[in-house]
Design a protein around this ligand. Structure first.
Ligand SMILES: *Cc1c(COP(=O)(O)O)cnc(C)c1O
Length: 221
Protein backbone atom coordinates (compact mmCIF):
# COMPACT_ATOMS: atom_id res chain seq x y z
CA UNK A 1 0.00 0.00 0.00
CA UNK A 2 1.11 3.58 -0.56
CA UNK A 3 2.10 5.90 2.25
CA UNK A 4 -1.07 7.88 1.64
CA UNK A 5 -3.24 4.76 1.86
CA UNK A 6 -1.49 3.67 5.06
CA UNK A 7 -2.00 7.10 6.60
CA UNK A 8 -5.65 7.20 5.67
CA UNK A 9 -6.22 3.77 7.10
CA UNK A 10 -4.62 4.67 10.42
CA UNK A 11 -6.37 8.02 10.63
CA UNK A 12 -9.73 6.36 10.02
CA UNK A 13 -9.06 4.19 13.08
CA UNK A 14 -7.98 6.98 15.41
CA UNK A 15 -10.45 9.06 17.41
CA UNK A 16 -10.45 12.66 16.13
CA UNK A 17 -8.77 14.01 19.27
CA UNK A 18 -5.78 11.64 19.12
CA UNK A 19 -2.76 13.20 17.45
CA UNK A 20 -0.75 11.15 14.99
CA UNK A 21 3.03 11.59 15.01
CA UNK A 22 4.35 10.03 11.79
CA UNK A 23 7.72 8.58 12.82
CA UNK A 24 9.96 9.20 9.82
CA UNK A 25 13.36 8.17 11.21
CA UNK A 26 15.44 6.31 8.60
CA UNK A 27 12.97 7.32 5.88
CA UNK A 28 13.73 9.64 3.00
CA UNK A 29 12.60 13.21 2.44
CA UNK A 30 10.61 11.90 -0.57
CA UNK A 31 8.65 9.60 1.71
CA UNK A 32 8.03 12.41 4.18
CA UNK A 33 6.81 14.66 1.36
CA UNK A 34 4.44 11.97 0.21
CA UNK A 35 2.91 11.91 3.69
CA UNK A 36 2.97 15.71 3.80
CA UNK A 37 1.12 15.91 0.50
CA UNK A 38 -1.47 13.54 1.95
CA UNK A 39 -2.06 16.13 4.70
CA UNK A 40 0.23 14.89 7.49
CA UNK A 41 1.98 17.72 9.38
CA UNK A 42 3.43 16.13 12.54
CA UNK A 43 6.60 14.08 12.11
CA UNK A 44 8.82 12.37 14.67
CA UNK A 45 12.58 11.86 14.49
CA UNK A 46 14.97 10.26 16.95
CA UNK A 47 18.39 11.22 15.65
CA UNK A 48 19.88 14.69 15.39
CA UNK A 49 21.87 13.94 12.26
CA UNK A 50 18.60 13.20 10.46
CA UNK A 51 16.40 15.83 12.06
CA UNK A 52 18.51 18.87 11.21
CA UNK A 53 18.83 18.32 7.44
CA UNK A 54 15.20 17.28 7.14
CA UNK A 55 14.11 20.33 9.11
CA UNK A 56 16.18 22.56 6.85
CA UNK A 57 14.97 21.24 3.52
CA UNK A 58 11.33 20.25 4.15
CA UNK A 59 8.32 22.62 4.39
CA UNK A 60 8.38 24.97 7.35
CA UNK A 61 4.86 24.22 8.51
CA UNK A 62 5.90 20.72 9.59
CA UNK A 63 5.67 20.25 13.35
CA UNK A 64 8.76 18.25 14.31
CA UNK A 65 8.74 16.05 17.39
CA UNK A 66 11.92 14.63 18.87
CA UNK A 67 11.31 11.15 20.26
CA UNK A 68 14.82 9.77 20.85
CA UNK A 69 17.35 9.96 23.62
CA UNK A 70 19.00 13.39 23.85
CA UNK A 71 22.67 13.94 24.45
CA UNK A 72 23.07 17.16 26.35
CA UNK A 73 25.49 18.62 23.79
CA UNK A 74 22.72 18.36 21.17
CA UNK A 75 20.08 20.36 23.04
CA UNK A 76 20.92 23.57 21.21
CA UNK A 77 20.29 22.10 17.74
CA UNK A 78 17.15 20.29 18.82
CA UNK A 79 15.57 23.36 20.38
CA UNK A 80 15.89 25.34 17.17
CA UNK A 81 14.07 22.65 15.13
CA UNK A 82 11.35 21.10 17.24
CA UNK A 83 7.88 21.80 18.57
CA UNK A 84 7.77 18.95 21.11
CA UNK A 85 10.36 16.76 22.85
CA UNK A 86 8.95 13.39 24.00
CA UNK A 87 12.02 12.16 25.84
CA UNK A 88 12.75 14.45 28.80
CA UNK A 89 14.10 12.15 31.47
CA UNK A 90 15.92 14.39 33.94
CA UNK A 91 15.62 17.79 35.59
CA UNK A 92 19.05 18.58 34.20
CA UNK A 93 17.85 18.03 30.64
CA UNK A 94 14.69 20.07 31.24
CA UNK A 95 16.79 22.94 32.58
CA UNK A 96 19.08 22.79 29.57
CA UNK A 97 16.11 22.93 27.22
CA UNK A 98 14.79 25.88 29.24
CA UNK A 99 17.98 27.89 29.01
CA UNK A 100 18.35 27.31 25.27
CA UNK A 101 14.65 27.98 24.60
CA UNK A 102 14.83 31.18 26.60
CA UNK A 103 17.73 32.42 24.45
CA UNK A 104 15.67 31.68 21.34
CA UNK A 105 12.50 33.01 22.99
CA UNK A 106 10.49 30.04 21.87
CA UNK A 107 8.31 27.62 23.75
CA UNK A 108 9.16 23.93 23.52
CA UNK A 109 6.56 21.41 24.62
CA UNK A 110 8.22 18.81 26.83
CA UNK A 111 6.91 15.37 27.69
CA UNK A 112 8.34 13.54 30.66
CA UNK A 113 9.44 10.04 29.65
CA UNK A 114 8.34 7.32 32.04
CA UNK A 115 9.72 3.81 31.96
CA UNK A 116 6.75 1.41 32.18
CA UNK A 117 8.05 -1.63 30.27
CA UNK A 118 9.59 -4.76 31.72
CA UNK A 119 12.72 -4.46 29.62
CA UNK A 120 15.58 -2.66 31.33
CA UNK A 121 16.21 0.82 30.05
CA UNK A 122 18.66 3.52 30.92
CA UNK A 123 16.13 6.10 29.86
CA UNK A 124 13.02 7.47 31.45
CA UNK A 125 11.93 7.98 35.05
CA UNK A 126 10.34 5.04 36.81
CA UNK A 127 6.91 5.83 38.23
CA UNK A 128 8.17 6.67 41.73
CA UNK A 129 10.97 8.88 40.46
CA UNK A 130 8.53 10.62 38.17
CA UNK A 131 6.27 11.44 41.12
CA UNK A 132 9.30 12.75 43.04
CA UNK A 133 10.33 14.86 40.08
CA UNK A 134 6.93 16.58 40.03
CA UNK A 135 6.73 16.85 43.84
CA UNK A 136 10.01 18.77 43.99
CA UNK A 137 8.44 21.54 41.90
CA UNK A 138 11.78 22.59 40.35
CA UNK A 139 10.18 22.12 36.93
CA UNK A 140 7.84 25.03 37.70
CA UNK A 141 10.72 27.46 37.24
CA UNK A 142 10.81 26.55 33.56
CA UNK A 143 8.85 28.96 31.44
CA UNK A 144 9.95 28.17 27.90
CA UNK A 145 10.34 24.43 28.42
CA UNK A 146 6.68 23.77 29.02
CA UNK A 147 5.67 20.38 30.38
CA UNK A 148 2.60 19.30 28.40
CA UNK A 149 2.39 15.63 29.27
CA UNK A 150 3.99 12.20 29.61
CA UNK A 151 5.45 9.65 27.21
CA UNK A 152 5.99 5.92 27.61
CA UNK A 153 6.68 2.71 25.74
CA UNK A 154 5.15 -0.65 26.65
CA UNK A 155 7.05 -3.94 26.67
CA UNK A 156 7.70 -5.26 23.16
CA UNK A 157 5.63 -8.44 23.44
CA UNK A 158 2.58 -10.23 22.01
CA UNK A 159 1.10 -10.34 25.50
CA UNK A 160 -1.66 -7.79 25.00
CA UNK A 161 -2.77 -7.95 28.60
CA UNK A 162 0.65 -6.92 29.81
CA UNK A 163 0.78 -4.06 27.29
CA UNK A 164 -2.70 -2.90 28.30
CA UNK A 165 -1.72 -3.03 31.95
CA UNK A 166 1.41 -0.93 31.35
CA UNK A 167 -0.49 1.69 29.35
CA UNK A 168 -3.12 1.83 32.07
CA UNK A 169 -0.42 2.51 34.67
CA UNK A 170 0.83 5.42 32.62
CA UNK A 171 -2.68 6.76 32.09
CA UNK A 172 -3.31 6.63 35.86
CA UNK A 173 -0.05 8.44 36.55
CA UNK A 174 -0.97 11.06 33.94
CA UNK A 175 -4.35 11.67 35.58
CA UNK A 176 -2.80 11.86 39.04
CA UNK A 177 -0.17 14.39 37.99
CA UNK A 178 -2.66 16.39 36.00
CA UNK A 179 -5.04 16.64 38.97
CA UNK A 180 -2.26 17.50 41.42
CA UNK A 181 -0.16 19.98 39.46
CA UNK A 182 -1.99 21.08 36.32
CA UNK A 183 -5.60 21.58 37.37
CA UNK A 184 -5.40 25.19 36.21
CA UNK A 185 -3.24 24.51 33.14
CA UNK A 186 -5.22 23.45 30.06
CA UNK A 187 -1.98 22.67 28.18
CA UNK A 188 -1.17 19.49 30.09
CA UNK A 189 -2.91 17.25 27.56
CA UNK A 190 -0.36 14.96 25.90
CA UNK A 191 -0.29 11.31 26.82
CA UNK A 192 2.12 9.96 24.21
CA UNK A 193 1.80 6.19 24.03
CA UNK A 194 1.32 3.66 21.26
CA UNK A 195 3.45 2.60 18.27
CA UNK A 196 2.71 0.55 15.14
CA UNK A 197 2.13 -2.73 16.91
CA UNK A 198 0.30 -1.51 20.00
CA UNK A 199 -1.41 1.80 19.22
CA UNK A 200 -4.91 0.36 19.29
CA UNK A 201 -4.40 -0.84 22.85
CA UNK A 202 -2.84 2.52 23.76
CA UNK A 203 -5.81 4.46 22.37
CA UNK A 204 -8.13 2.15 24.23
CA UNK A 205 -6.26 3.04 27.42
CA UNK A 206 -6.47 6.79 26.86
CA UNK A 207 -3.54 7.78 24.66
CA UNK A 208 -3.86 11.27 23.13
CA UNK A 209 -0.79 10.98 20.89
CA UNK A 210 0.45 7.92 19.00
CA UNK A 211 3.91 7.60 17.41
CA UNK A 212 3.67 5.42 14.32
CA UNK A 213 6.47 4.67 11.87
CA UNK A 214 6.46 1.20 10.30
CA UNK A 215 2.71 1.05 9.63
CA UNK A 216 2.97 4.28 7.62
CA UNK A 217 6.36 4.12 5.91
CA UNK A 218 7.12 0.39 5.94
CA UNK A 219 10.09 -1.30 7.51
CA UNK A 220 13.18 0.75 8.33
CA UNK A 221 16.36 -0.42 6.65
C1 LIG B 1 10.85 4.33 16.28
C2 LIG B 1 9.96 4.78 17.37
C3 LIG B 1 8.56 4.73 17.22
C4 LIG B 1 7.86 4.16 16.00
O1 LIG B 1 7.93 2.77 15.99
P1 LIG B 1 7.13 1.88 14.90
O2 LIG B 1 7.13 0.53 15.51
O3 LIG B 1 7.92 1.96 13.64
O4 LIG B 1 5.78 2.46 14.76
C5 LIG B 1 7.79 5.23 18.27
N1 LIG B 1 8.36 5.73 19.39
C6 LIG B 1 9.68 5.79 19.56
C7 LIG B 1 10.23 6.36 20.82
C8 LIG B 1 10.53 5.31 18.57
O5 LIG B 1 11.86 5.36 18.75
Amino acid sequence: MSIEANLNKIKSQLPADVKLVAVSKFHSEEDILEAYNAGQRIFGESRMQELVPKYQSLPKDIEWHFIGHIQTNKVKDIVSCVHTIHSVDSLKLLNMIESRASIEQRQINCLIEVHIAEEDSKYGFNIENCKDFFAQLEWKKCIFAKITGLMGMATDTDDEELVACEFEKLKNLFEEIKARYFSDDPNFTDLSMGMSHDYKIAVDKGSTMVRIGTSIFGKRI
